[in-house]
Design a protein around this ligand. Structure first.
Ligand SMILES: Nc1nc2c(c(=O)[nH]1)N=C([C@H](O)[C@H](O)COP(=O)(O)OP(=O)(O)OP(=O)(O)O)CN2
Length: 162
């Protein structure tokens, strides 16, 4: 038994470039207008809420801002090579080569920038931020789930206990 709260606001979005590798090939560079939703599961606290929406929403917005208008690169992808020099990053995949300004890239600790991995990454970031805030109701949280929608009707979710 328990409660869930879910936040999925209009401005929980970010636009970013990416490509994923799969079955020995790499997609062409393209972008998405991603949407994010967050679910918290747990017990109600003294004020009869599980976690204050007003406290949760700015955290989600902050994480969306980190990724907005950036090229997302998967740091742990075994098929990609990255060389950093000065203000640039060179990305090598087989005979393909891209160069991006470092300031316009987010190097993510994931093996591929799939919606699944982005959901897992955001789950970790948001869980950490909630723990850092250390509101009394945090003790009653059981789990967090983050959904990342790549395009309407196409989303992945990651779930983690608190
Ligand atoms: N489970 C997942 N499958 C796929 C992911 C993903 O993140 N998780 N990502 C992709 C691609 O990155 C791609 O951006 C989406 O591919 P696709 O749906 O084929 O894209 P289209 O825009 O061509 O889709 P249509 O709906 O057919 O227009 C692939 N799979």
């Amino acid at each position: 038994m328990g409660y869930r709260v879910r936040v999925y606001k209009e401005n929980f979005d970010f636009s970013a470039g990416h490509f994923i590798t799969m079955s020995g090939r790499c997609e062409s560079l393209h972008g998405h207008n991603y949407r994010v939703e967050v679910m918290l599961e747990g017990e109600n606290g003294a004020d009869a809420f599980l976690y204050n929406f007003s406290e949760l929403k700015p955290l989600v917005r902050l994480e969306c801002n980190v990724l907005n208008h950036k090229m997302l690169l998967a740091l742990n992808n075994p098929h990609m090579r990255y060389n950093m020099s000065g203000e640039e990053i060179e990305v090598l995949y087989q005979n393909r080569r891209y160069v991006f300004p470092l300031a316009e890239v987010v190097l993510l600790p994931v093996i591929n920038t799939t919606a699944e991995e982005l959901a897992r990454y955001l789950t970790g970031c948001l869980r950490k931020r909630i723990l850092e805030l250390n509101h009394p109701e945090t003790k009653l949280l059981h789990a967090i789930e983050v959904g990342v929608e790549e395009q309407p009707g196409q989303a992945a979710y990651y779930f983690e206990p608190f």
